[in-house]
Design a protein around this ligand. Structure first.
Ligand code: F6R
Length: 632
């Protein structure tokens, strides 16, 4: 999703802007651009705002910038993921305002340059007002209205102009703005989209970015801006005002030292980040569980010091909010929470929950699950639940510094490390590990976990990295399946009980990176409709653990075979399901009990990955998708 970088310095900051964009590439984008104040104007190129934009990769933008000798000591840059207006150069950011037409002829230099993440809901109304005042629009974006709005309020002070402009905006935004008359100044603002401030060398230079990773290697001194903040960056100084427009003290927005994992971008021996991240899962799970000696509520204590044990005593139910893959980890956890902890659990797609009338219960623990911790729908759903009076909140999140962690009472930080591939893999399995621990902690607080059970569960968790390694060793067999799947246009995924969400996740992985249409069903539902789709051209992938539903599942498999369907079964070693005509079996290790979903999802990730490779898609950046979905 869109990414922002901005800088004010004495040195040429173009390399920092470009490197920042490269570090944000993992979020997904379809165009990019930057604008600077020209540092050393010459006869061929007048002073003032200069811009380069591209619908190719950031590397192409860099080549363009070098060819055109664009240099400057302050500037802004952007990766765009199209929402309003197609991916095209004229819609790419930064957007310029040249002032109203009445101010001069076309071809004038830009007065305001602006980049934006988010969506402005009242852009049509603002566009009409600005057009009536003589502003001409060069793009179909909602962003361009903000550039003209800032220009229309400008009276010699960019900060004042931005402050006035954002007052008219409805929707979500993080913005960074330059004005041609103020060469050493960048103004930023955030409401609903993430933005951070980086304090650079000796406090003399300052940066803006969508996340700390964009500034890795430039500065690790980060200030997290909050909802409604405006920030003024100048040489050697910055200040921030809060949403009530009162200046904030350093104590209110402290500078934190942040490890931004600059080394995470190395691919090593892998072809794609997704493959690397699939193979990192044993390590990611080990890191996530490191230091867990016993099931204690303290594992979930909040960053602000809230004690989890107190909260656990005050709740009778769980409400899980999440999107996409994180939603499926929540669906898996529902089975654990109800079975092991005996606690009623509801799982909601965040984008739906926030807009429906629901019945709030203050004795609910609201659990927001997110890899990025910045997903707009999940954040909005969390705030909606809080607004309904459910103040007990917990996040399972992979980014310790994210809005989700800052806004929740309790937190469990997964240690998957930076996930770059758009398709989530190691974030999913580490979320499952965190959610299983949460289940055990809630079971314990409700007197439903004996010491022996606790010890057995912890032992199984500690053994997970080794068990996962054994599953990864199945890769060559899965490549064989992938060669067949690459020629298909449809696939069905079946699972039952705890493994139904794993079937859903397998189907999501396959469709998002290979573009094969895939659907998942609880196997018992087959005869209620989807069986009509089954014929020899419909591969049916089945997750078959040796659990209480195995015999039922075997009957469902017979239903598929009887209609000529071809089965691809991931069967636990002790299931006695064997390969035969029309049934291809990959043998998993012996059944792994309640933690089995963490093992069974790996072959499905590998199947999607190798199928996508065989079809030649852009595995790490699938079409139309973004890593961090910071707009609604
Ligand atoms: C799918 C995928 C998405 C994310 C979803 C939520 O592979 O990655 O479905 O899971 O956009 O993102 P987070 O977890 O960052 O809130």
């Amino acid at each position: 999703m869109c990414g922002i970088v901005g800088a004010v310095s004495r040195r040429n900051i173009v390399p920092i802007l470009v490197q920042g964009l490269q570090r944000l590439e993992y979020r997904g984008y379809d165009s990019c651009g930057l604008a600077v104040h020209a540092a050393s104007p010459d006869a061929a190129r007048p002073a003032g705002l200069q811009r380069a934009r591209s619908t190719a990769r950031v590397a192409e933008l860099l080549a363009q910038v070098q060819t055109e000798h664009i240099e400057g000591a302050s500037g802004i840059a952007h990766t765009r993921w199209a929402t309003h207006g197609a991916p095209a150069v004229h819609n790419a950011h930064p957007h310029f305002s040249y002032g109203p037409l009445a101010d001069g002829a076309d071809g004038r230099p830009g007065r305001v340059a602006l980049v934006h993440n988010g969506i402005i809901e009242n852009h049509e109304e603002l566009r009409a007002q600005l057009q009536a005042r003589g502003y001409a629009f060069a793009s179909q974006t909602d962003t361009e209205v903000i550039a003209h709005l800032v220009d229309s309020h400008y009276d010699g002070d960019l900060f004042q102009a931005v402050q006035a402009a954002v007052g008219a905006l409805r929707g979500a935004y993080a913005i960074a703005v330059l004005h041609k008359d103020e060469p050493h100044r960048v103004v930023g603002a955030r409401a609903g989209s993430p933005l951070i401030l980086g304090v650079g060398q000796d406090g003399a230079e300052h940066f803006l970015a969508s996340d700390a990773m964009a500034l890795a290697g430039v500065t690790d001194q980060i200030v997290y801006l909050e909802e409604g903040d405006l920030v003024d960056l100048q040489l050697g100084r910055y200040w921030i005002v809060g949403k009530d427009r009162a200046p904030l003290t350093p104590a209110q927005r402290p500078v934190r030292t942040v490890q931004a994992f600059s080394g995470a971008a190395e691919l090593g021996p892998y072809r794609h980040y997704m493959q690397k991240e699939i193979f990192e899962q044993p390590r990611a799970i080990a890191d996530t569980l490191e230091g867990v000696q016993a099931v204690v509520p303290e594992l979930f204590d909040g960053p602000g010091g809230t004690a989890a044990w107190r909260v656990f005593k005050e709740i009778d139910r769980v409400l899980i909010l999440a999107c996409g893959t994180s939603y499926y980890s929540g669906c898996t956890a529902k089975y654990w929470l109800e079975d092991i902890a005996g606690i009623p659990t509801q799982v909601e797609v965040a984008s739906e929950y926030r807009y429906r009338t629901s019945v709030p219960d203050p004795r609910t623990l609201v659990v927001a699950i997110s890899q990025s911790g910045e997903t707009a729908d999940t954040l909005a759903a969390l705030r909606h639940a809080q607004g309904l009076g459910m103040r007990h909140t917990l996040t399972i999140c992979n980014v310790a510094t994210s809005a989700m962690v800052r806004e929740c009472e309790l937190a469990y930080i997964t240690r998957a490390g930076v996930e770059i591939g758009v398709a989530s893999t190691k974030a999913f399995t580490t979320q499952l590990a965190g959610l299983f621990l949460l289940t055990l902690a809630l079971a314990q607080s409700r007197g439903r976990l004996t010491e022996d059970e606790e010890a057995a569960h912890l032992q199984a968790m500690r053994h997970l990295p080794v068990a996962l390694q054994a599953v990864l060793a199945l890769e060559p067999q899965i490549i064989g399946w992938a060669e067949v799947f690459a020629r298909m246009e449809n696939a069905l995924f079946l699972g039952r009980g705890l493994h139904y969400p794993i079937a859903l996740e397998g189907a999501l992985k396959l469709k998002e990176i290979s573009y094969i249409h895939a659907e998942a069903y609880p196997a018992g539902e087959l005869k209620h409709g989807p069986l009509a789709l089954v014929d020899a051209s419909m591969p049916v992938v089945t997750v078959a653990p040796n659990d209480a539903l195995l015999e039922k599942l075997k009957s469902n498999l017979q239903e598929v075979r009887a209609r000529g369907g071809v089965l691809y079964v991931l069967a636990d070693a002790d299931t006695r399901i064997d390969s035969s005509e029309g049934i291809h079996v990959i043998r998993m290790p012996e059944h792994y009990g309640a933690l089995s979903p963490i093992l069974h999802v790996l072959p499905l990730q590998l199947l999607a990955y190798h199928t996508a490779c065989a079809r030649g898609t852009d595995v790490d950046k699938p079409r139309n998708l973004a890593k961090s979905v910071t707009v609604e």
